[in-house]
Write a protein that binds this ligand. Structure first.
Ligand code: CTP
Length: 397
């Protein structure tokens, strides 16, 4: 998939540099040629020897290394690649890039190049959130750099939040998308994702445990194959996909309205965990506690967005895909759900707590189509998404 693509991989100094080693392996597995560059700080985290062994290539480290200059000057090095990838990218290298500084080999290469540049930031959450980093981020994006991640999660420093470098496979997917065929270009796809929040009063709501991870990963995979994606999302835990048109909603009713506005589309994928019920007569004012008097909630049924779109007489998308979150008799329930809702495919998964799927990073799905049920091996949500996106591309083209 990346056969003979020449990637200049700059590793800068952060704990995530260890993931850079796996990234090298993954890129090479897919046929890429990796030329590694290490900053001084990166050498504190990974050794030049392990990097060159995995890359199968000499490591470049120093701007004033005369052998290198005789063999290949830094200008030539920076232009001899098809892509420059900075992973992990520290706050420092992003600051240098934003300012156009060139005080070591890595920053000089980045300034001297006319090759596309991608960065995968990794840093402490406070450093990421700092106004200066956000300013530098906006600047490098404006200068045409593509940015992958960072992800939310537990950090090596013990804090939680955005700043974790994207996983090597996510970076590989972004690199492949940069070079890859774009079978979905010109196709418009609506994707719903995340939970919905159904208000009880202005401060309380009913929700579910969906993180939005699977819907987001699938939308990203569709974007990466060239689709124009309208991403209608409830309040999710994960950041929305790069390059999608994001519409944020709270309730099922708002999600329905946003989906109707987004149509027509070539395909629609319903990955959201829509609340089946909303609170009837939600209060416009905060409910106050009154001694001995417990409030009673009564419910009204929410619109079934998937069933509505799948059963449209006119303007039905050519492919309508639903998800089925089940805890029992997964295949039977999902097969019945496909017929009941009128969709073309159902992506079924077992969300029993012991599977760790809901809110987790892996998924084990069964794809149900008119041809029957296909059970896929357990894999990361990113891999599930890449494969589903490819299936969608096959169906639409
Ligand atoms: N869905 C939807 N709108 C709703 C409820 C569900 O669009 N109001 C979609 C979901 O996005 C998903 C599919 O329907 O693609 C199935 O959702 P699921 O919660 O598994 O099914 P339910 O309809 O809630 O059926 P049940 O409660 O019987 O499992």
């Amino acid at each position: 998939m990346l056969q003979d693509k020449r990637i200049l991989l700059i590793l800068t100094g952060g704990i995530a540099a260890y993931k850079g080693l796996d990234l090298i392996r993954r890129l090479r597995e897919r046929g890429a040629q990796v030329t590694p560059v290490l900053t001084r700080a990166a050498e504190q985290f990974v050794t030049p020897l392990s990097v060159s062994a995995l890359a199968g290539h000499k490591v470049y480290r120093d701007l004033f290394d005369l052998t290198d200059e005789a063999e290949m000057g830094h200008i030539q090095l920076s232009r001899s690649a098809d892509l420059i990838l900075v992973a992990p990218a520290t706050a420092d290298i992003m600051a240098k890039m934003a300012q156009g500084r060139a005080d070591d080999l890595a920053s000089t290469l980045l300034l001297a190049t006319d090759t596309p540049v991608m960065v995968a930031p990794a840093m402490n959450v406070r450093m990421w959130d700092h106004a200066a980093t956000q300013r530098n981020l906006a600047q490098i994006k404006q200068d045409g750099v593509s940015v992958i991640g960072p992800n939310d999660g537990d950090m090596a420093c013990g804090e939680f939040g955005p700043g974790r470098m994207s996983e090597p496979l996510e970076i590989v997917a972004a690199v492949a998308a940069h070079f890859g065929p774009r079978p979905l270009s010109g196709k418009r796809i609506v994707v719903t994702s995340g939970p919905t929040h159904e208000p009880i009063d202005p401060v309380r709501y009913i929700a579910n445990r969906s993180s939005g991870a699977q819907g987001t990963a699938l939308a990203q995979a569709l974007v990466d194959l060239g689709a124009e994606v309208v991403f209608v999302t409830g309040p999710a835990e994960v950041s929305p996909p790069r390059g999608a048109h994001v519409v944020s909603v709270q309730t099922a009713a708002e999600m329905m309205a946003a989906v109707e506005t987004a149509l027509p589309a070539d395909a629609a994928v319903f990955a959201a965990a829509v609340a089946d019920w909303r609170v009837r007569g939600a209060s416009a004012r905060k409910l106050k506690k009154q001694a001995g008097d417990l409030p009673t909630l009564s419910f009204a049924e929410n619109p079934d967005i998937l069933a509505h779109v799948a059963q449209l007489d006119s303007g039905r998308p050519g492919l309508v895909v639903g998800f089925a979150a089940e805890t029992d008799d997964v295949i039977d329930n999902a097969t019945a759900k496909r017929l009941r809702k009128g969709c073309d495919w159902i992506v079924a998964n077992d969300v029993s707590p012991e599977t760790g799927i809901m809110g987790g990073t892996e998924n084990a799905i069964t794809l149900i189509t008119d041809a029957g049920a296909e059970t896929w091996p357990r894999m990361s949500k990113t891999d599930v998404s890449a494969q589903l996106a490819q299936r969608i591309a096959n169906a639409l083209t």
